[in-house]
Each structure stands twice: as structure tokens, then as C-alpha cells.
Design a protein around this ligand. Structure first.
Ligand code: AMP
Ligand code: MG
Length: 486
């Protein structure tokens, strides 16, 4: 098996990481391997058996050319600065460059303690590993930028949480694992030259077009903010709640990273929170744009020494870029919601959008199904919408308002309906299905989890055999609580 590693972080960023090793699993067993992704990454499997894959993707066997290391980072957790976090349960094996020339990190998550583990065991339990695998693959299928999952391997060891659970290792693929918290770590402990070095590396790796701008570090701030606005807008568009938007969980690449207590919302409610550790609702569904703003202000602070080193006058420009985030986000978000509603980009419809969310909230409408029901309405079938509403005419005023906009469109209702179905999923990882699948997996039955994975990988085309996967949780399910648990 050949990865053709090309480890730029290891080779050029000494001092920004600690070499580390994986613990030996007692009886590694392959749970799943993502062959399609392996192929895209250009990994030559060379007929590897499940046993060989299990050894490599549990950390038992180090593939040739790997330089295992743990990254240093800090982070604001729920608003409070932790100067020393780092990869406490993750091990970067190295980087590969795909046949298309894209560079990706290959990282094991849950492969044992590292120099950054503090009091943690460096392990992961099977539930959170399979949850991350499922969620990240669902997000990828929905077209949301995200880290991916290449493999999950049961270790044969027990992991002690509130109870003992079977242990597992997830192989995570990311365009890099550099976080806002990585910048914060080097800004807090080392100062301008380290921040400049990290920023230069990020620009070389992710945004080479910024290298020749007047102040590349200022341009980096602007670019990362743009990507985070796009990302969070896409989260809102599919009803995703990350749950732990701490600065150590914000990747500068703009990918969704660190699937802990995340979940998708069923009934629309702007204050929805699932995470047990987010009692105050800091990272509630509708607060995610504000938290993005807050996190980017922290990123700007960490980058400031580098920005200042090029031109002190640019510090003001950085402030302006941060202050413009709410407006910038709103523009991106409204463009996205217009797509979901089948409306042309030029339509003057800010009130329509605001009224939509009021009506969805008042009526507790299933967020995912609603947009599919609107498309059915355009095809002359209002039955799906009726089933979603507490009373047949519950959203009548809003629907009438939307129809007026639809009638102004250049294309007809049937064409609009098809365009809407291409961006509005039928299937998301519904909480009750995720729970049932993970519960079965914990006792050794992977079948429900594998079926759910297949469903969420094909989110846009309805299939009669998958009817049960499309609806909200049965009454009586919930209130739903998620746990970090890894
Ligand atoms: P997260 O919950 O992924 O945002 O993690 C926050 C910090 O805690 C990171 O530095 C992790 O590496 C660390 N951490 C979480 N779980 C463990 C564990 N089981 N062992 C060691 N470190 C951990
Ligand atoms: Mg994290």
C-alpha cells in the first residue's frame, strides 16, 4: 500500500508540532473503509486486505513515509481562552497530494495519547467515531465544505467514559488541520515572527493567489472570513448545528471540522440547541452567524502582529473587515435561501425571507421537508405541505407572498420546482435515526448504520424504499441531547 506522502507541515514547520506515536490496539477490526475517497486521494491500495487496512488505520502499523505528529493549538472555549490545547487524541500521519493536485492531511483520531493529551486518554469510543463518519459524509453529500472520513476501525480495547465503550479510531481527511486556535497558540506564546511563518505557510498551502498582494496577512484574514461566511450560511441552509464553535474547532480552510455534539434540526426553531455542554445556548442554530463574527474577531487579533509587521496602517483595514462581517454574512445567506426558495438572485425579497422564518418558527415546521413541499406545491400538489402544517392554511399569508415572487420569475413553476429539488435535500441524518443506528452499532450490529450512511450519501433523490428516512422523529422522541463523548 502506497500513500506517496509529501509532508510539508512536518518538513517546513518544525516547532509548530510535537512528534508522537500511536498506541497499539489489541485487536483492530475494520468497521468501514471509504474506497471511493481513497481513490480520489490517489492512495494505491494494492489489493490490501481488510486486516491490513485495520492495522494501518488503527495506528498499529505505520505506513511508509508517514511522519506522525500532534499539532499545537490554543483556543477560546465557550468564550474563555485556553492557551494550551493541541491534538490530544489525534495523530497526523502525513499529507498526500491527489492526482488533481490537491493536498490533504491524513489523521488518525482516537489512536492514543500525545504530548497534548493533558488528562485525557487520547482514545475515542465507537459511537462518536461512527457519528463523525456519518455526519461528515452526509455534509459532503450535501455539498457543504467538510473534513471527510476514510476509515473507522474498532480497536478491541475498552474506552472508559461514564461507562466503558468499545474503542475505535477514525481516519479523518482534511485539506489541513490548521485552526484559528493554531494562530492563537503562536500569537500567545511566541509572537510576530511565528505568526508570520504560520500565515505564510497557510497562504502557500491554501491560498497561493494571496502571496503577491500588498499585505498577504490582511488578505488571508479577508479570505478566511469569506469562507467562514459561506460555510455557516450553508450550515443554516441544511439546519446544521455544529454545537462547539470554539476557535480551536474553526479550520482556516473553511471546512466543517470536529464533529462532536453536532446535529440537524427537525422542527424549525431558531434557538435550537442539542449539546449537553451548551446549557446557555451560545452555539444555538440562529446564533451561529454571531459566533462566526466573534471567532473571526479572535482570528484577526491573532493575525494582527503579522498584519502590522507589513504595514501598521493595515490594522485599521483589519478592523473594518471584521466589522463588515454581519452584512457580508447576510448577503451570502440571503443568496442561499433564495436558491432554496426557487427565487432569482436579483429579487427584492428581504421581507419575504424574514417572514419565512417567523412563520416556520410559529408553526414548528419540519425544516428539511418544507422546501421539498414548496416544490411539490409548484407542481400543483399541496398535500405534502398540508401534512407539515398544524392547520391547512397555517402559512397561507406567507405562501401567497412567495407565489407573487415566483410569478415574477423568468422561468415557469415546473422548472423552478426542479431547480429547488436540486438544492433542497430529502434526507438528512435525522436525530432519531442516528441514535438508533449508533445504539445498534455499539452492540455489534452495523447494519442500520450502514443503511443510514447509504441514505444520507444520496440526499436529493426520493426513493419509496427510504420513505421512513425522510420524515421527522415520531412524536415522543426527544427532547434530544447530544454529548461530546469522544
Ligand atoms: P474538542 O472537543 O474536539 O474540541 O477537543 C478539545 C480539546 O480536548 C482538544 O485539544 C482535544 O485534543 C482534547 N481532547 C478531547 N478528548 C480527548 C481525549 N479523550 N484525550 C485527550 N485529549 C482530548
Ligand atoms: Mg476540537
Amino acid at each position: 500500500m502506497d500513500f506517496a506522502f509529501d509532508n510539508s507541515f512536518h518538513d517546513s514547520m518544525e516547532g509548530f508540532y510535537a512528534p508522537a506515536e500511536a498506541a497499539k490496539p489489541s485487536a483492530p477490526k475494520l468497521l468501514i473503509f471509504n474506497r471511493e475517497l481513497a481513490q480520489r486521494l490517489g492512495i494505491d491500495l494494492d489489493g490490501a486486505t481488510d486486516e491490513q487496512l485495520a492495522r494501518i488505520f488503527s495506528g498499529e502499523e505505520l505506513p511508509g513515509g508517514a511522519n506522525p505528529l500532534a499539532l499545537a493549538y490554543a483556543g477560546h472555549q465557550f468564550g474563555h481562552f485556553s492557551p494550551q490545547l493541541g491534538d490530544g487524541r489525534a495523530l497526523l500521519l502525513g499529507e498526500v497530494v491527489t492526482p488533481d493536485g490537491e493536498r490533504f492531511d491524513i489523521q488518525l483520531k482516537g489512536s492514543g495519547p500525545t504530548p497534548f493529551s493533558r488528562n485525557g486518554d487520547g482514545r475515542a469510543a465507537i459511537g462518536p467515531v461512527l457519528r463523525e463518519y456519518l455526519m461528515s459524509e452526509a455534509m459532503a453529500a450535501l455539498g457543504v465544505p467538510t473534513t471527510r472520513s476514510l476509515a473507522a476501525v474498532a480497536t478491541g480495547d475498552r474506552v472508559q467514559r461514564e461507562q466503558a465503550h468499545p474503542g475505535a479510531v477514525l481516519t479523518r481527511i482534511a485539506s489541513s488541520h490548521i485552526r484559528v486556535g493554531t494562530f492563537q497558540f503562536f500569537a500567545a506564546h511566541f509572537g510576530a515572527d511565528h505568526v508570520v511563518q504560520l500565515s505564510d505557510y497557510v497562504i502557500r498551502r491554501h491560498f497561493p493567489d494571496l502571496a503577491d498582494t500588498a499585505n498577504p496577512h490582511l488578505a488571508l484574514l479577508n479570505r478566511v472570513i469569506g469562507l467562514q461566511c459561506d460555510l455557516v450560511a450553508q450550515w443554516l441552509g441544511v439546519g446544521f448545528i455544529h454545537g462547539v464553535m470554539n476557535t480551536d474547532n474553526v479550520a482556516v480552510s473553511g471546512e466543517t471540522i470536529d464533529y462532536g455534539p453536532c446535529a440537524f434540526m427537525d422542527r424549525f426553531s431558531v434557538n435550537t440547541v442539542f449539546s449537553s455542554i451548551d446549557a446557555n445556548g451560545r452555539y444555538a442554530y440562529g446564533r451561529q452567524p454571531q459566533m462566526l463574527h466573534w471567532n473571526m474577531a479572535r482570528f484577526a487579533e491573532a493575525l494582527l502582529p503579522a498584519i502590522h509587521a507589513v504595514d501598521p496602517a493595515d490594522v485599521e483595514a483589519a478592523k473594518d473587515i471584521v466589522n463588515e462581517i454581519p452584512e457580508r454574512f447576510r448577503t451570502v445567506w440571503h443568496a442561499l435561501i433564495r436558491f432554496k426558495l426557487g427565487l432569482d438572485q436579483s429579487a427584492d425579497d428581504a421581507t419575504l425571507i424574514d417572514n419565512l422564518f417567523d412563520a416556520l418558527e410559529t408553526n414548528g415546521v419540519d425544516f428539511t421537508s418544507f422546501f421539498r413541499a414548496l416544490a411539490m406545491l409548484l407542481r400543483g400538489d399541496g398535500s405534502m405541505l398540508e401534512r407539515l402544517l398544524p392547520a391547512p392554511d397555517a402559512m397561507a399569508p406567507w405562501i401567497a407572498e412567495w407565489w407573487e415572487h415566483i410569478e415574477r420569475e423568468a422561468i415557469g413553476p415546473l422548472e423552478i420546482a426542479d431547480a429547488m429539488d436540486a438544492v433542497n435535500p430529502v434526507y438528512i441524518p435525522r436525530n432519531h435515526l442516528v441514535e438508533a443506528a449508533l445504539g445498534a452499532a455499539e452492540t455489534g450490529d452495523l447494519a442500520p448504520w450502514l443503511e443510514l450512511l447509504e441514505v444520507v450519501r444520496n440526499p436529493y433523490t426520493p426513493r419509496p424504499v427510504w420513505a421512513l428516512f425522510a420524515g421527522p422523529a415520531p412524536t415522543g422522541f426527544g427532547p434530544y441531547t447530544t454529548y461530546c463523548g469522544t
